[in-house]
Design a protein around this ligand. Structure first.
Ligand SMILES: Nc1ncnc2c1ncn2[C@@H]1O[C@H](COP(=O)(O)OP(=O)(O)OP(=O)(O)O)[C@@H](O)[C@H]1O
Length: 261
């Protein structure tokens, strides 16, 4: 019989403080994310979902505290980030192929290795359009796919995604959901996904991080163990519906608490 190893902490946040213009957003915030999990971040408008992943990924400076990746600093860790607005995220002067290759060339990989890695991603994402096209020649969903391929190119340990589904049509949402699950299951990459849609947040999550209004605390970190890969029909599974209701209840309780109702 196989013995399963206990999952290890991957991202650990200790004693984090962050204010904007003297207004505290995070005060002594602590969080541990397990290796290989997909964690969705959900909470009220402006509670700091994007700021949280931006601080972990080094885009936004923290005031104080410690963020480590399995004991390593950010500098010692390869991460990937998919920006909310894919239209601005890709380099418009580079073909899609060169956009994906960009982080590999920056890391001074040989052109042979670059070609091999872009080829792997091409297969993995089952790409049916020409990667020699420029971003503006692609549909929104295709651009988002290229952004995700670029973020995955250097084989990051952790992938951050800021509302990756917000501008996608339903067909592309299903496609990207499927691919992110495949990547997670195949490579064990840890993912943190910011979402403003409860169904999107629940769909991919192994854990749902529910945040309060600011100063932001953890309202709940819910485990969701519905079998994977989850197909489109998973949304009508009783476990899925139950998880959505539980998250909604906590969210509504927090909204009431915050508004003094
Ligand atoms: N660079 C900044 N300067 C000043 N205030 C900021 C900055 N970045 C974020 N904030 C503020 O911090 C709070 C959290 O912002 P953030 O974008 O992280 O929230 P969010 O939960 O992702 O919001 P939304 O659901 O609206 O996308 C907001 O009140 C925002 O105005």
């Amino acid at each position: 019989m196989m013995t399963q190893q206990a999952p290890r902490n991957h991202v650990s946040i200790k004693g984090l403080y962050k204010s904007f213009a003297k207004a505290p957003l995070y005060e002594d915030f602590n969080l541990n994310i397990l290796r290989g999990k997909i964690v969705s971040i959900f909470g009220p408008n402006g509670c700091g979902k994007s700021t949280l992943i931006n601080m972990i990924s080094g885009i936004t400076e923290i005031d104080s505290g410690e963020i480590l990746f399995d004991g390593k600093t950010l500098k010692q860790t390869t991460i990937g980030y998919v920006f909310q607005n894919y239209r601005d995220a890709l380099f418009p002067w580079m073909t899609s192929w060169d956009n994906i290759a960009y982080p590999l060339r920056r890391a001074n990989l040989s052109e042979d290795k670059v070609k091999k890695r872009v080829g792997e991603l091409f297969e993995l994402f089952d790409i049916r359009f020409n990667l020699k096209l420029y971003p503006y020649e692609l549909s929104g969903g295709q651009q988002q796919t290229v952004s995700i391929m670029r973020a995955l190119a250097p084989e990051p340990e952790v992938l951050f995604l800021d509302e990756p589904f917000s501008a996608l049509d339903f067909e592309m949402t299903l496609f990207i959901r499927e691919k992110l699950q495949e990547v997670n299951l195949a490579s064990g990459i840890t993912m943190m996904i910011v979402s403003h849609d409860l169904e999107d947040a629940v769909f991919l999550a192994d854990q749902i991080l529910l945040l309060t209004r600011r100063p932001t605390r953890i309202a709940a970190l819910l485990d969701f163990d519905l079998e994977k890969p989850r197909l489109a029909e998973a949304i009508s599974d009783p476990k899925f519906i139950a998880m959505k209701s539980q998250a909604l209840e906590i969210f509504q309780r927090e909204m009431k608490a915050g508004s003094g109702l």
